[in-house]
Design a protein around this ligand. Structure first.
Ligand code: F6R
Length: 243
């Protein structure tokens, strides 16, 4: 079973997540970082940038693997995860561009792109994996029902996820891509350490399900089987725990 850490506010949550990240970055000669997009990790990334700028913590030996990417959104689109990661983290730290891995959402052969991504990932062991969670319990873009044995694959986004992410696309669900390339649940579970960040009342239900029965209907519940995973929640996201 994972640890659940309830934080009084976002500052405390981001600071705790940042301290774990910094320890991994400074303790390893070639840290492998598994990174997520969306709003949940942005506060953590801000702290990493601040620390890099103030204290010189270096990412030059880091290798990064992102969880997922929309299919069919040009890399240059401001909501592509490629652009998101550069804007919110990579452009402000010293990780070499060649060490960055993000699934190719514009590959001519999408199935091949999935296999290539999984092969690249398997050459490494992720030291720390950052996760958010969908309001439907997804981690990465593994929507409810995804097999626990899944590796990098194509995934159609649920109506719920597209609705949730419409806020990044002028509130218009029609602009939200319908597909993604995502690491699978088995890919994620290979990480040595996992931290999941969830804030806000709209995550309360999925956090409640994550902590109850292990079942593919809530993909995040699989984390209960991970040896070193911690869920950082604010009081709103924790509000249905134990109910
Ligand atoms: C993003 C990802 C997704 C998000 C989830 C929550 O790379 O893998 O699982 O973490 O959809 O998104 P936010 O943080 O925007 O609520």
């Amino acid at each position: 079973m994972f640890n659940i850490v309830v934080c009084k506010d976002h500052e405390e949550l981001n600071e705790k997540a940042f301290q774990i990240m910094k320890e991994v970055v400074t303790a390893n000669t070639q840290p492998v970082l598994g990174l997520a997009t969306g709003s949940s990790p942005v506060g953590l990334y801000k702290k990493m940038i601040e620390d890099h700028q103030k204290n010189g913590t270096s990412y030059k030996n880091c290798i990064t693997f992102n969880l997922d990417e929309y299919v069919g959104l040009p890399k240059s689109h401001e909501q592509s995860y490629y652009t998101f990661m550069h804007t919110n983290l990579f452009d402000h730290i010293d990780v070499p561009e060649e060490n960055i891995h993000i699934p190719d959402g514009n590959a001519a052969d999408e199935e091949q792109a999935c296999r290539d991504y999984e092969d690249a990932l398997k050459k490494h062991t992720v030291d720390i994996q950052v996760l958010g969670i969908g309001s439907d319990g997804h981690i990465a873009f593994n929507e409810p029902g995804t097999p626990f044995t899944s590796e990098t694959h194509l995934m159609a986004l649920t109506e719920q996820t597209r609705q949730d992410n419409a806020r990044f696309f002028d509130g218009d669900i029609n602009q939200v891509p319908t597909g993604s390339i995502t690491q699978g649940l088995a890919s994620i579970m290979r990480a040595k350490k996992i931290i999941l960040i969830a804030t806000g009342a709209n995550k309360a239900k999925s956090i409640q399900l994550t902590a109850s029965k292990i079942d593919p209907s809530c993909p995040a519940s699989l984390l209960q089987r991970h040896k070193n995973s911690t869920i950082y929640v604010d009081t709103a996201a924790a509000s249905l725990l134990g109910k």
